[in-house]
Design a protein around this ligand. Structure first.
Ligand code: PMP
Length: 362
């Protein structure tokens, strides 16, 4: 979270002032979600993220609960039947490029026929297979990608054009861990979803951006609160939305606008990532395993060639104010998550510390 957003939320915790600065006499958590105060917070948040991400008018923006993992079930419950033969649950294709898309495949299999279009597990989830090599089911309702694999550090730097690949399916992207770090090519996307807790705000809020023509195909067993059409028809207020998380995300959206918007964030994120990858590539001591054409700008897993030095590296990092660098348990090593709110100075400090550590070991 950007520090100035946290400071603003703290200042407004007990008494939220409206846009003109007039105190409302209550904190955001105390407001009715249907009252005019919260309505204004909601509408501003929706309008700001629509503008930031250049979401076209024929897409709905839904603010839901359940996180990325709940969406792994909610999506097939809503979309799998779209192109299904009568009496069948329908099918969906999955491009498995890391832990998160692997989880999505497994969960969807409970609700529809979930096909593996490609899987890079054999290569240790370090690459993105070329789209023409994907085995796409001509009757699939959607093709699922995780466009930034948070654990493995693999990112799609462009989206496939499913039409050009001969598929009539909708493209579904899990953009949880790089949303708002770069623009989205909406011409190629049917639905995008993400938990808020990386680049948008606190955990508890899930954002879904869905093209209108994909609404209305939910399975009869789909819970009403998770039926995209019901949620869209009720402006995300069919049930009580996560009001405080929406308010916090709204403050982050204003902050993003003050930074110059998504193009400016992308330029900064590229500079941060280039600095770190250049340091890794120049070192004999550290390395990154991901192919250069799909290295993530947000999550950079890296390893020490001498793994016995891992704990010493982490201890020294902590002393230098560099926290949460331990890699995910399924991958090991280290991982630097350099989300939007991480300034370039944070990456510079990390790179200097890495050089110092390496020199001391030599
Ligand atoms: N997808 C991706 C890409 C993620 O990074 C995460 C969380 N780290 C999830 C899904 C799961 O999200 P949640 O924990 O909000 O269910």
């Amino acid at each position: 979270m950007p520090a100035e957003v946290l400071a603003q939320a703290a200042a407004e915790m007990l008494d939220w002032p409206d846009a003109s600065g007039k105190p409302s006499g209550m904190g955001v958590m105390e407001m009715s979600h249907r009252g005019k105060e919260f309505q204004s917070i909601y509408e501003a948040a929706e309008a700001d993220i629509r503008e930031l991400l250049a979401v076209p008018a024929n897409f709905k923006i839904l603010f839901m609960q359940g996180g990325g993992l709940a969406e792994n079930a909610i999506i097939p419950l809503n979309l799998a039947g779209m192109r299904a033969a009568p009496g069948t649950q329908g099918s969906a294709d999955f491009v498995v490029t890391g832990s998160w898309s692997e989880k999505s495949l497994k969960e969807a299999g409970k609700y529809c026929q979930a096909n593996v279009a490609a899987n890079t597990k054999g290569g240790g989830f370090t690459a993105i297979p070329a789209p023409p090599s994907w085995k796409l089911d001509p009757s699939a309702s959607y093709v699922h990608l995780c466009t930034n694999e948070t654990i493995n550090g693999v990112e799609f730097h462009s989206l496939p054009d499913l039409k050009a690949l001969g598929s009539g399916a909708a493209l579904v992207i899990d953009f949880s861990s790089h949303v708002a770090s770069r623009p989205v090519d909406w011409n190629k996307v049917g639905l995008a979803f993400g938990g808020a807790q990386k680049n948008l705000g606190p955990a508890g809020l899930t954002m879904v951006v869905v093209r209108e023509d994909l609404l209305g195909y939910s399975a009869s067993i789909c819970p009403s609160a998770f039926d995209y059409k019901t949620v869209a028809d009720n402006q995300s207020m069919y049930n009580t939305p996560p009001t405080y998380a929406i308010y916090m995300a709204g403050l982050v959206f204003k902050w993003l606008k003050r930074q110059g918007g998504i193009a400016a964030m992308e330029a900064r994120n590229m500079a941060k990532a280039e600095l770190l990858y250049a340091a890794l590539d120049a070192s004999d001591f550290f390395y990154n395993k991901v192919h250069k054409d799909c290295r993530s700008r947000m999550n950079v897993p890296f390893f020490l060639r001498d793994e016995s030095r891992n704990q010493a590296f982490l201890d020294g990092a902590k002393d230098a104010g560099l926290l949460q660098l331990k890699g995910h348990k399924s991958v090991g090593g280290m991982r630097a998550s350099i989300y939007n709110a991480m300034p370039i100075e944070g990456v510079q400090t990390l790179v200097s510390y890495m050089r110092e550590f390496e020199q001391k070991q030599a």
